[in-house]
Design a binder for this molecule. Structure first.
Ligand SMILES: C[S@@+](CC[C@H](N)C(=O)[O-])C[C@H]1O[C@@H](n2cnc3c(N)ncnc32)[C@H](O)[C@@H]1O
Length: 240
């Protein structure tokens, strides 16, 4: 790709059919890069990023080592836990989706410094990526950590965890694959537990919430929640 193609590819982050996106789970923020961010993008993009393609693919084939199972992270924010998990659990490939440009560039800079070859970043709406680009039964796990809780009732429709989205996640999982969801918003935790339990293709190995998974490091969002004495709830469901 030319430098211009790389920079242009970051401007389109969703498919719009008609006026609306499927789930408006994020608010679009600035898409401009300063000079330093442009340099990070141009130096790391070809090795550490991939672009949206409207063609169902087994994402293993996108990685340097296609023998590793693929984990998809949805909404990695600044990528703090992403890079720690990818480094420590190097037997997996990580396809990491985020629309927030500042976070995308930050994680790109960090993984370039660490030379992590088992991560690919995509700046694109996760709903579109899953619906249009990921073939069914190809994903080992989904990581969804501290997604925006959209606490007001009138905004609940913006939550990424909706029954259709959960069915979509499940269709992309291999048998035995998992959905790992964490939130500090109690009502969102209860909402998601109820939806996951309703999805017949999934199975909860725990009675309700899951115990803390030792390899997931604490993030800024988590620390903020803990500082307010919020309960961190984890959910772990597997594909039947
Ligand atoms: C509250 S932040 C949490 C970030 C991170 N997981 C953490 O624990 O620090 C949620 C992130 O999800 C991203 N996001 C929301 N909807 C998304 C979507 N449909 N596709 C990709 N990213 C999305 C937002 O841009 C935001 O950065």
């Amino acid at each position: 790709m030319t430098e211009q193609e790389i920079l242009d590819s970051l401007k389109h982050i969703e498919i719009r059919t008609g006026k609306e996106r499927t789930i408006k789970s994020y608010v679009l923020r600035s898409s401009t890069l300063d000079e330093a961010q442009k340099q990070i993008v141009l130096s790391g993009f070809e090795r550490y990023c991939t672009i949206f393609r409207d063609e169902l693919t087994d994402p293993k084939t996108l990685f340097k080592d296609p023998s590793k199972p693929v984990i998809v992270e949805i909404g990695f924010g600044m990528g703090t836990s992403t890079q720690i998990i990818a480094k420590e659990r190097a037997d997996y490939n990580y396809l990491c989706l985020e629309v927030y440009l500042v976070g995308f560039v930050k994680l790109l800079r960090d993984i370039e410094k660490l030379s992590l070859d088992n991560i690919l970043l995509m700046r694109f709406n996760a709903v579109d990526v899953l619906s249009h680009m990921i073939a069914d039964g190809t994903i080992r796990g989904f990581h969804i950590f501290f997604p925006d809780p959209w606490p007001k009732k009138k905004h609940h429709k913006r939550r990424i965890m909706q029954s259709d989205f959960i069915s979509l996640l499940s269709s992309k999982l291999e048998k035995g694959g998992y959905i790992y969801f964490v939130t500090d918003w109690q009502e969102y935790a209860d909402w998601t537990l109820e939806l996951l339990e309703k999805e017949e293709t999934l199975y909860n190995p725990y009675d309700g919430f899951a115990p803390h998974v030792s390899w997931r490091p604490e993030t800024k969002f988590e620390r903020k929640g803990l500082d307010k004495s919020y309960q961190i709830n984890e959910l772990w469901f597997e594909k039947k």
